[in-house]
Design a protein around this ligand. Structure first.
Ligand code: FAD
Length: 450
């Protein structure tokens, strides 16, 4: 079996996978369509910063990079909800600062991963776009972004870490149907910036993920180490205003922010310029029935399962993929068996986080300021305190533990049903029959083993 692996894409998953596999002694060649971001600078167009949680952190730990990445990250303790009247309240993610998430800069993280992969012996070829493959002959076809020159390289084993628009996926689908479905969300996003204050400090609380929930739409803001925030406006693409199609000029933008985000507006001095310059990003969920072509090719990360960003798990899940594949290839170089097993283990989890990410959009934009929902969150916390290791909130299973996503989804549904059963008709936590909740937990939830 070949020890040469060709990876398409040197983004987050491609660079991490290259590190792990090169350390196993495999000959790893990575082809990336963009120039080297460490030389050319990080290209915009995708989210500037990302929330890193336990699954991603664990992958970085396995790669020996946890400390390097944490040194560039900003801790976020919870959601800081901004009401329309300017009132704010922090909804903690976990019990204490042991249960937090981290805001990391995509470009810097990518550079750290590229350095690590090169140090481990992986070879990178930038400005080289994968345009096709001959799986039987074990060849990949590439095109140089600068010169347009085409070339063919030996690729007995190809891994597609080339993102949601994967060229490898298209090449595989030309050989065998992959059962591909793309479900557009119908909402897009636009990135804006809160710069540091005049005295160089953060303008708003740094250790939180800020949310301005407004029903069918919202803004969020994640802190950057430079003391700025990246703000993301999520809106329907079209239909009844507000939607991106209805924002035709600076006056419409100013009116939207003045009406719906009045406490955010003063912190956005470049709102009009950012709005005009930044594209509207599209969002959706990609599902496939098949992720591999025998032992010749495999897709992972967004190339296999792009999801909407509302659980902050796309990268975390992609990193978990890398660790899982690395472990399988450590046991054997039987790529056919390893790829089939990878798909068998990871697909149910990818499907589950795709669903949970969609559900979280509703929670973030609609429910975080809804009284019955907040009471249920209080009840959930109370039951979690009364049943440690048994009743673990779904958000915690997804974010602070590595409970398989599919397990988190199923247990989460049982738990929410228990919460809803005992909270129904109550408006204060004191009125909720927690003892009945205890009985339901004992009856319906075995201890969580992970
Ligand atoms: P990508 O990061 O897309 O990397 C793919 C790479 O392949 C790129 O470098 C690309 O240039 C290259 N490439 C593409 N085509 C070719 C080709 N033909 N040949 C060679 N190279 C090619 N996830 C989180 O965990 N937390 C978050 O907070 C979070 N926030 C997000 C916010 C937004 C607005 C969005 C859109 C996504 C967010 N995500 C988040 C998801 C996360 O960005 C993705 O899941 C993650 O980037 C997937 O990594 P990847 O390496 O699979 O793909």
């Amino acid at each position: 079996m070949s020890d040469r692996i060709v990876i398409a894409g040197a983004g987050l998953a491609g660079a991490l996978l290259a590190t792990l596999l090169a350390r196993r002694g495999l000959r790893v060649e990575v082809f990336e369509r963009r120039p080297d971001p460490r030389v050319a600078g990080h290209e915009g167009g995708r989210s500037i910063n990302l929330a890193l949680a336990e699954r991603g952190m664990n992958a970085l730990r396995v790669a020996g990079l946890e400390r390097a990445v944490l040194a560039q990250a900003v801790m976020m303790r919870g959601r800081m909800v901004h009401d329309l009247d300017g009132a704010t309240h922090l909804l903690r993610y976990g019990r204490d600062d042991g249960e937090v998430i981290w805001s990391v800069h995509r470009g810097r993280l990518n550079a750290t991963l590229l350095d690590a992969a090169q140090a481990a012996g992986a070879r990178f070829h930038f400005d080289q776009r994968l345009v096709g493959a001959d799986f039987e002959a074990g060849l990949a076809r590439l095109q140089c972004g600068r010169t347009g020159d085409a070339c063919v390289v030996e690729a007995p084993v190809l891994v597609g870490a080339d993102g949601a628009g994967s060229a490898l996926r298209a090449a595989m689908a030309a050989v065998r149907p992959l059962g591909e479905r793309f479900e557009p969300l119908g909402h897009g996003y636009k990135e804006l910036e809160i710069p540091p204050a005049a005295d160089g400090r953060f303008r708003i609380e740094p250790h939180a993920l800020h949310i301005w929930p407004r029903g069918g739409y919202m803004c969020i803001a994640l802190p950057n180490a430079e003391r700025s925030f990246t703000v993301t406006l999520f809106l329907p693409n079209d239909g009844a205003p507000p939607c991106f199609a209805a924002l035709r000029g600076p006056d419409d933008v100013a009116a939207l922010f003045g009406r719906d985000f009045p406490d955010l507006l003063p912190h956005l001095p470049d709102l009009q310029a950012d709005f005009a310059a930044h594209p509207v990003g599209s969002l959706g969920t990609l599902r496939l029935d098949t992720w591999h072509l025998d032992g010749a090719a495999l897709l992972l990360g967004d190339a296999a399962h792009a999801i909407v960003p509302f659980h902050g798990q796309g990268m975390n899940c992609a990193f978990e993929d890398c660790v899982a594949l690395d472990a399988l290839l450590g046991d054997s170089r039987d790529y056919r068996a390893a790829f089939a097993e990878f798909e068998r283990r990871r697909k149910p989890d990818a499907d589950a986080i795709a669903d949970m990410a969609l559900e979280n959009y509703i929670e973030m934009r609609d429910l975080v300021d809804d009284a019955p929902f907040l009471l249920r969150k209080q009840v959930e916390r109370a039951l979690a305190d009364r049943h440690p290791g048994v009743f673990v909130p779904r958000y915690s299973m997804v974010t602070f533990r590595r409970t398989p996503y599919a397990v988190a989804k199923v247990r989460g549904a049982v738990q929410w049903d228990i919460v809803d059963t005992i909270a129904r008709g109550c408006s204060r936590i004191e009125d909720v029959d927690l003892a009945f909740g205890d009985a339901l937990v004992r009856e319906r939830l075995p201890p969580l083993a992970d």
